[in-house]
Structures are given as structure tokens and as C-alpha cells.
Write a protein that binds this ligand. Structure first.
Ligand code: NIG
Ligand code: FE
Length: 418
């Protein structure tokens, strides 16, 4: 006998399932949302047990709870696959300084930027860091993010890096949001530190840090780490069982995207500056390009990642916020959808694919979340929009009506109770 559903989501106008092959989508596949007009979902114990139309499912299951989508769009929860969400305060004064002409790398070289957030994070208590992070994640959840990757990298010493990873996980446990952690000890060398000695510390910390982090990332950039240093750290991380990621080509092309492909990294992230040769290598290796258009916007840059080129070369593209203290304080995946269309020239369908199923594969969760398919965790959104274009065009406001996390309605928007 078929399993009994405990929750039915009915009466969408359109449901985008993102059903498809069990891997990140490329090229034309990114335009296929697997949409069902009038789609509906049956859920039991937090897992999707049937997908169909409302006509098919409404009478078949006597579920205790029913959510009426009332002609709205239904879609998978957003997966924010690149964030630095553990910090106390946004560096708002640097926002003002950049508007007056200072550059991000100049501020960093002068001891501000990441260095300043490092000082604050080292000094912060676990409780205050966890409270700030949980509050940030709660806002992201209300805006539709149901799974989030969080990197360390504002600690830059063993104790503070471990504190960040533990805080990321603890904050996630306080909320109905899945957290995936990444060790980014190699975010930049601490101020005044001897570079080689610090790299030695990162290498020495890799085995123990693996208890608290699934992925290892390196910021390969001027003012951060060279290509050779990045290779050394990631090759060691690979031997300790980490999945690999690289902050590649944010301000300059040091060849890090090619290294990501060569090392079998799951993703190369940022990629505002990258060669066609390295993109071809990424396509060949299946390395996912995680694009962060909020950063170009916030840093007043005219340079955005060339998503059209990447899609034409069959590089799988994902989107994320990069929410952090200095280069993008927004945790809104809806804003990134709009920027992807307005600045990266992605279509709404490609942007939705990049923000859900491809983002899930970018953090090794593609088998569990990112699409509405039987057997997957029931992470769904009911959206105040008719379709994907209607969602992507409404920028700067929260269009999420209902958030369902693992089969539970977790919507927290009191302004909707009218
Ligand atoms: O992804 N690129 C390096 N790291 C972050 C910025 C962190 C910060 O400025 O505080 C980023 O943009
Ligand atoms: Fe980042």
C-alpha cells in the first residue's frame, strides 16, 4: 500500500520541480525547470513521497495538513552555497569609504577589510557570535534559503577558526535550516604573520579541523594566497578527506579555476576574471562555477562574471550570496536571482536552476535537496509570483509566502497574518 502523506501542498499555478539527471545541470539543461502546471506534492516524515498535479493528489491522500498555494508559484527552497555568515558586524564605514573612491584591496592592505573582522571575531564570545549568526540565518530562512554553506576565515588562528565552525553548526541547529561547513583558514595571512609560518599552521590544523568542516577553501588572490600556496593547501586537504573549493579570479586571474578543475574541486567561486582555457577545463572536470553577483554590485565594480560564456561552454553555473561583513552584506537569494538576470544576463529559468539544484551539487547535497523529486527532503517555497520571470523581476522585496523545511511549515513572517 502507498505510504500515507502527512502534508499536501496543493493548488500551485505552476510548480517548478527541477527534476532531472542526478548531477549539476549544464547548457540547455539549465533552462529546463521540469515545471508542472497546477503541480502538487505529497510529503511524509519530511520526505517527498509523490509529485503530480493537484487533481491527482488531492483525493488520493487524506493528509492531516494541507497547504493551499492558491495559484502561486511552488519551487524548491534556495540553497545558498557560498557564505561567510559567522560575524558580528557589517563594515558599513568601508561601504562609505569605497563610495568615496577607496578600493577593497587597498582597504585590506591597510589593515581594514577582512583583518578588521578577524580582530572582532577573535575577540567575540561564542554566545554573541552564535546569536548574531542565528539572527542572520533566520532572516535568510524567511527569504527562502533552506540550506546554507558557511565558511570560517575570520578567525585566522586555530582557536578562532574552530570557534567559527562550531558556531556555524550550533546556529544551524537552533533553526530549521541545514548548514554545511567549510574551513577557510587560508582566507588571508593574519596581519604581521610570517606567511610560510601561517601556511604551516593551516596545514597542521587540517586533520583536526576536518571534524568540524566538510570542505576546504582557499582565497587565491593578490593580498591572499598564490597559486602555488593554494595548490599546496588543497592537495593536503584532499588527502585528509575534504571536498575542495577555491575563491578563484575575484580581482585577478591567477589560474585558480584551472587548478580547481585539475584537483577535482567541487567548485571555483567568484570567477569575474577567468580564461576560456580554464573554463574549458572546468567543463571537462564538471567543476561548478559559483557566481556571486552581489559582490560586484556592492564593491561598485563594472566587472561581472561572464555567465553566458560559462553556460555556452557547458560549465555548470550556481548562484550564491557570499553574505559577509565586507563585500556583500545581503543574504537574499531572491536579490541574487534578480542580479543574475540584470547583470549576468542569465534567463530567469537559468537563475532558478543555479540557485537550487546546481547550488545543492556545489556543496555535495544534490542527492538530498535542490529539487522536488520523490525521495528528497521536502524543502519547498510557496512564492508570491506567477512564474520564474515574475519572481526574478520583483527585486528588493521578499516574495516568499511560505517556507516548508523538511515537511514542516516554518514561515516566520508576522506581516503576512493579515
Ligand atoms: O568572498 N573574497 C574574499 N572573501 C570574502 C569577503 C570577506 C570580507 O570582505 O569580509 C568574499 O568576497
Ligand atoms: Fe567569499
Amino acid at each position: 500500500m502507498a505510504q500515507a502523506a502527512d502534508l499536501l501542498v496543493l493548488n500551485s499555478r505552476k510548480m517548478v520541480t527541477l527534476a532531472g539527471p542526478p548531477r549539476a545541470r549544464v547548457g540547455e539543461e539549465m533552462s529546463d525547470l521540469g515545471a508542472i502546471d497546477g503541480g502538487a506534492v505529497a510529503i511524509a516524515d519530511g520526505v517527498i513521497i509523490e509529485v503530480g498535479t493537484s487533481d491527482q493528489l488531492a483525493h488520493k491522500h487524506a493528509a492531516a495538513e494541507r497547504i493551499d498555494a492558491a495559484g502561486r508559484l511552488v519551487m524548491p527552497g534556495f540553497v545558498d552555497c557560498h557564505t561567510h555568515a559567522v560575524f558580528l558586524h557589517v563594515r558599513a564605514d568601508e561601504f562609505a569609504r569605497r563610495a568615496a573612491g577607496a578600493s577593497y584591496l587597498d582597504i585590506l592592505a591597510g589593515g581594514g577589510g577582512i583583518h578588521r573582522t578577524v580582530r572582532e571575531t577573535q575577540a567575540a564570545s561564542v554566545d554573541e557570535l552564535e546569536a548574531a549568526t542565528a539572527e542572520r540565518l533566520a532572516t535568510m530562512l524567511a527569504h527562502g534559503t533552506t540550506t546554507v554553506e558557511i565558511k570560517s576565515g575570520y578567525g585566522l588562528e586555530t582557536k578562532a577558526e574552530r570557534k567559527m565552525l562550531d558556531v556555524a553548526r550550533a546556529a544551524g541547529q537552533r533553526l530549521p535550516i541545514d548548514v554545511v561547513t567549510t574551513y577557510l583558514g587560508a582566507h588571508t595571512a593574519p596581519q604581521g604573520a610570517e606567511r610560510d609560518a601561517y601556511i604551516g599552521d593551516v596545514l597542521a590544523d587540517l586533520p583536526a579541523m576536518r571534524e568540524a568542516a566538510e570542505f576546504c577553501d582557499v582565497f587565491c588572490e593578490r593580498e591572499a594566497f598564490t597559486l602555488a600556496e593554494t595548490r599546496r593547501i588543497l592537495e593536503t586537504a584532499g588527502r585528509h578527506g575534504y571536498g575542495l573549493k577555491i575563491h578563484a579570479g575575484q580581482f585577478s586571474d591567477l589560474g585558480a579555476a584551472g587548478l580547481a578543475a585539475e584537483l577535482g574541486a567541487v567548485s571555483a567561486e567568484h570567477l569575474e576574471h577567468v580564461s576560456d582555457g580554464d573554463l574549458a577545463a572546468m567543463a571537462e572536470a564538471g567543476t561548478i562555477a559559483v557566481l556571486l553577483p552581489g559582490v560586484s554590485l556592492y564593491l561598485l565594480s563594472d566587472v561581472y562574471a561572464d555567465a553566458r560564456r560559462m553556460i555556452s561552454l557547458d560549465v555548470p553555473v550556481a548562484l550564491a550570496t557570499d553574505v559577509n561583513a565586507g563585500s556583500c552584506p545581503s543574504g537574499s537569494m531572491q536579490m541574487m536571482l534578480s542580479l543574475a538576470c540584470l547583470k549576468l544576463r542569465m534567463t530567469p529559468a537559468e537563475a532558478i536552476t543555479a540557485a537550487t539544484i546546481n547550488a545543492a551539487w556545489a556543496i555535495g547535497r544534490g542527492g538530498r535537496v535542490g529539487s522536488i523529486e520523490v525521495g528528497k527532503q521536502a524543502d519547498l517555497l510557496v512564492v508570491d509570483a506567477d512564474d520564474e520571470a515574475d519572481l526574478c523581476c520583483r527585486f528588493g522585496v521578499n516574495n516568499i509566502r511560505t517556507v516548508i523545511k523538511a515537511g514542516r511549515n516554518v514561515t516566520t513572517r508576522p506581516e503576512l497574518d493579515v
